[in-house]
Design a protein around this ligand. Structure first.
Ligand SMILES: NC(=O)c1ccc[n+]([C@@H]2O[C@H](COP(=O)([O-])OP(=O)(O)OC[C@H]3O[C@@H](n4cnc5c(N)ncnc54)[C@H](O)[C@@H]3O)[C@@H](O)[C@H]2O)c1
Length: 331
């Protein structure tokens, strides 16, 4: 049995802690919210991020990184994209013995458009560290897999050893961990499906039906394929767990925050208030995806539509009508 550290005591971090602990491993769960850590210690619960789940006794809440990272073989970073660089930089001095470092955040760094494995590699320093970095993608709503709902994720690393080590710790009869060398495909799939899930949520908010959502999902795959393969990702990853798989979960589940945001945009609900109180990675990912598409000369009219709604202050109904008109008749 291994000792692992999970950095970020939010929804994903707490749920992955539970999976690892149920698999027999000791988990050091580090967070910055004192009340959350105290509740985990005192009541074996994290009611803020994962209500109604009794947390395993092998999950030890940690207030400091030095305590969390002592003697661990695997480190799982589960903070949102915008916090990954700072957390990795703060953790780096305590990473002794070369643990595997797994990123779970789904996004690109704002401003640089770097993938999270690249951010980790910069912060962790040596080329040896880069070989031990892995990233997770795939359809895995924490609120589902923490309850044992059968779930399959994909973990990428190059070489494959780091992904295999993650598989060894997290896989069980409910939780399947695939391993791949395609870091670009997994990280871009994990990022891009979020703004497109906002588009699918907008369809629901606008009262469109299954017909509309299905062709929007089809167009999404075309745009994702063009962008991901242009950047060096593999086609099979686009149509695998990290692309199509995650798009279906994020774009169709009411549990998805990206879908919920899109639904509010479509229905004219209070989406700004929702953004202030929830981590919705698709907003920054929309901007980053559009930057990359422009840099590589790839047309992404659907992504542009989501962008115009999120950042251009244009009503979703008007922008979707315009998008459909162009799709019908071209322009
Ligand atoms: N929730 C899921 O089902 C799920 C599944 C897979 C991947 N992810 C990805 O994991 C990442 C985190 O998502 P989440 O749902 O757990 O978010 P969350 O909002 O539930 O939790 C985020 C956690 O990060 C902590 N945090 C925020 N800023 C921090 C900082 N600067 N330093 C240290 N800690 C900080 C918060 O205190 C909180 O504990 C996202 O990129 C998301 O896309 C989420």
């Amino acid at each position: 049995m291994k000792t692992i550290a999970i950095l970020g005591a939010g929804t994903a971090g707490t749920a992955l802690s539970q999976v690892a602990a149920e698999n027999g491993h000791s988990v050091h769960l580090w967070g910055i919210e004192t009340a959350v850590l105290e509740e985990i210690q005192g009541r074996r619960a994290n009611s803020k991020y994962l209500p109604d789940i009794g947390l395993h006794e092998r999950i030890k809440p940690c207030w400091t990184l030095v305590e969390a990272l002592a003697g661990v073989e695997i480190v799982i970073v589960t903070v949102p994209t915008h916090a990954v660089r700072a957390v990795a930089g703060a953790a780096a001095p305590y990473l002794v013995g070369g643990p595997v470092v797994l990123n779970v955040a789904k996004g690109l760094e704002e401003g640089t458009d770097l993938r999270m494995s690249q951010v980790l590699a910069q912060e962790l320093g040596t080329s040896a560290a880069a070989a031990r970095i892995a990233s997770m993608g795939g359809p895995a709503l924490a609120t589902e897999f923490v309850r044992g709902v059968p779930t399959a994720v994909i973990v990428a690393s190059e070489p494959l050893a780091a992904a295999m080590a993650v598989q060894g710790v997290l896989q069980n009869e409910h939780f399947k961990v695939e391993a791949t060398l395609d870091m670009v495909g997994v990280e871009l799939g994990a990022t891009l499906k979020n703004p497109y899930a906002i588009a699918l949520g907008m369809c629901d908010g606008l009262g469109y039906g299954a017909n509309t959502k299905s062709f929007i999902a089809t167009l999404t795959l075309g745009e994702m394929e063009a962008l991901i393969t242009a950047l060096g990702g593999q086609l099979r990853t686009v149509y695998g767990l990290a692309g199509l798989g995650d798009l279906l979960t994020t774009g169709y589940s009411p549990l998805s925050r990206n879908h919920t945001l899109g639904e509010r945009l479509g229905s004219g609900g209070d989406w700004r208030e929702f953004l202030q109180t929830h981590t919705v990675e698709g907003v920054a990912a929309c901007r980053a995806g559009r930057d990359l598409a422009r840099c590589h000369g790839i047309a992404t009219p659907l992504l542009d539509t989501v962008h115009d709604v999120l950042f251009g202050g244009k009503p979703a109904a008007q922008m979707m009508r315009l998008f459909l008109k162009k799709f019908w008749y071209g322009s």
